[in-house]
Design a protein around this ligand. Structure first.
Ligand code: DGY
Length: 324
């Protein structure tokens, strides 16, 4: 009998798909059907002897967990980013890893843009000032922000989400697009007149910068002091990718010294940020709790794809959405 571990509560629609699979009655299912993450120790214990694991982005599927399971034949991540999984070791062991690309592109680009507008126009801080009694009159100099139309946007990482962000900026707000990417993106260039530039040019010339890189060994701490020092004083930095891509203590300093206008982060390191964390003390740093993909439509699609990948793996087929 095959053993399957699912580490997070799935939407009924996705779980029912698993129930309808032809082997459902034949598997031993260990279902952590909670919205909060499975504790690390529990994960390590329950993963032993599993043929398949469906995990979420908070579960570290490291070498030790994989080594303890010689029979592991598929890992399905309930996320597009796979930085929580030792994918190099999975490649070595020929264990397919599934993920959920595509379905979260629009939702995440929407949030990236929403963060940009919110940070530029002080939407959250001005709203929060009302219950404090700070709205006393129409203040000609109150909550002054930055306009978006016709400005320049630097996209760091021109994958699906970066491209979708660029489309919004160019077609909706007539922005000039520059991007940093290891390869040329002809489609992006054609559709948004984007220019590929080096990182330093992007930092110097962009009014707004939006990060859309995957997190891996090459991108940890990729955006730090050197980059910040080149940014405009009126610049806004958006990150909806992964917190570790930015050097957070250097970002804190630059924001505290008001060397850039603001940052808006949907991802941090760690997640969640502990109460009282220095970034939470800044009025020019807007933080949301990793909600880029959090729409009804997208999260259900992500869960469904994660289940499909799991079923593919258990049935010995090529995964529909295989990362490696
Ligand atoms: C992902 O899928 O990697 C996002 O960060 C969460 O939706």
């Amino acid at each position: 009998m095959k053993k399957v571990l699912i580490t997070r509560k799935l939407f009924d629609g996705a779980f029912n798909r698993l129930k309808r699979s032809k082997f459902f009655g034949e598997i031993e299912l260990d279902y952590w059907d909670q919205l909060s993450p499975i504790p690390k120790k529990e994960l390590e214990k329950r993963a032993v002897g599993c043929n398949a694991i469906l995990c979420s982005l908070e579960d570290q599927i490291d070498k030790k967990i994989i080594q303890n399971n010689p029979q592991l034949s598929v890992i399905s991540n309930y996320a597009v980013g796979v930085n929580n999984i030792d994918t190099n070791y999975c490649r070595e062991k020929s264990i397919p890893v599934g993920h959920t690309p595509g379905v979260l592109t629009e939702a995440t680009a929407d949030l990236s843009f929403a963060l940009l507008i919110s940070a530029a126009r002080n939407i959250v801080s001005s709203s929060q000032s009302i219950p404090k009694g700070d709205w006393k009159y129409w203040d000609p100099e109150g909550h002054l922000g930055i306009e978006l139309a016709g400005k320049s946007l630097g996209i760091v990482g021109a994958g699906r989400i970066g491209k979708a962000m660029a489309y919004r900026a160019h077609h909706g707000f007539n922005m000039k697009i520059q991007y940093f990417n290891r390869s040329k993106n002809s489609e992006l260039e054609k559709n948004t007149k984007a220019q590929r530039v080096d990182l330093s040019t992007l930092a110097r010339e962009s009014d707004f910068v939006s990060i859309h890189l995957p997190l891996n060994d090459q991108t940890v701490g990729f955006i730090g002091r050197d980059f910040f020092n080149e940014m405009k004083e009126t610049a806004i930095l958006i990150n909806t990718a992964r917190g570790k891509i930015i050097n957070q203590s250097e970002l804190y300093q630059i924001l505290k010294d008001r060397k850039i206008f603001a940052a808006a982060l949907d991802v941090t390191d760690p997640e969640p940020l502990p109460p009282g964390h220095q970034l939470l003390t800044l009025s020019n740093c807007l933080i949301t709790p990793h909600i880029g993909s959090s729409t009804f439509q997208t999260r259900l699609s992500m869960a469904s794809i994660a289940v499909e990948n799991l079923i593919d793996g258990l049935e010995g087929r090529e995964l529909t959405h295989r990362f490696c």
